[in-house]
Design a protein around this ligand. Sequence first.
Ligand SMILES: *Cc1c(COP(=O)(O)O)cnc(C)c1O
Length: 411
Amino acid sequence: MTITQSWTERYAGALMNTFGPPKLVLTRGEGAHVWDADGREYVDLLGGIAVNALGHAHPRLTAAVTEQLGTLGHISNFFASRPQVELAERLGALLTGSAVEPLETKVFFTNSGAEANEAAFKLTRRTGRTRVVVTEGGFHGRTMGALALTSKQAYREPFEPLPGDVVFVPYGDAAALEAAIDERTAAVLVEPVQGEAGVVVPPTGYLPAAHRIAHDHGALLWLDEVQTGVGRTGAWYAHQHPDLVDEQVTPDIVTLAKGLAGGIPIGACIATGGSGKLFDPGNHGTTFGGNPVAAAAALAVLDTIEDDGLLAHAAATGARLREGLADDPRVTEVRGAGLLIGLDLVEPKAADVVAAAQDAGYILNAPTPERIRLAPPLVLTDQDVDGFLAVWPGILGSAGVSTGSTAEEGA
Ligand SMILES: *Cc1c(COP(=O)(O)O)cnc(C)c1O
């Protein structure tokens, strides 16, 4: 029995079976590389699902966490800490971006994406309206409120009844949104790019249209940037990316989490203008949210992205990856921006491709049976990209993906 097998057995004996059997038992990482319990090395092209922005064991993140933990590790929210305040200011300034008028922003910190969305969901109720219009294929988390906003039937059905007054419309369809919204609508919730659906990119006019439609009806525009935020797409926020929107969008609420602290649990619900004042003392709370260690980690991530030019690096590395991936006839479409990439296969063999990639030393993800997602660390190197692209056709061949013509078989 390998070391991996023995830990996998103990895992099954000790942990709830919510994720299915683990694909690997990992013991350490460095940059975009990880090693399993038996010493095998992999290139991590999933990055903890768009979380490990700086890769694994980044010295700046390690130092920031170590220093903060050795100084002041946790306080209750009866008190304030400097990292918490600085981080809230930084996130607000990045949201203002290049806008002429600085945005007035207010932040509520949480420990996860679902919790950031729960905070935002409660915030929308403070408008005096209850309805939230959400999109088919959207994913917003697994807690009861976030789940109510998530469309996937298999996730919802075992837990119904869920909090109500949620209306679903097709994603990327401004006319459908216009038809669904009225004076009862508190908020429109969309992801700038749908991550869990397999990196689905809407038309560039969609977010600006959603913005206008929401505001025409006195509703809030709420963008879930839990997966797309913090440099993932090559812009600080995906809704600022010129390839994703054709006009400036000013959301009323933005939620963040995954990449924000590079692997230390954190989430943020950011509200602009009047929406930032909807909560009164006692309306919401958290014990850990805004924890100084998590806030210091997030500040180190933001500093490193800025100092190391990782937005431009993500854009260039992502373009290189997308081009190479599309270069195979067994790939029918490649989507995404920066280092959030999804592709469609000619056949629904995504799980086999993930397994073949793992055998070849690469970690990928299959969000649907025909789609592959990549969300690697923003520090992914060109050598790692080229190494992967060199074996990509062979991975598709080992997974038995075929165009139907016999030419490419057995690659
Ligand atoms: C992952 C994700 C969430 C949930 O985040 P958790 O930290 O897993 O609770 C919410 N929204 C989007 C868009 C996500 O990708």
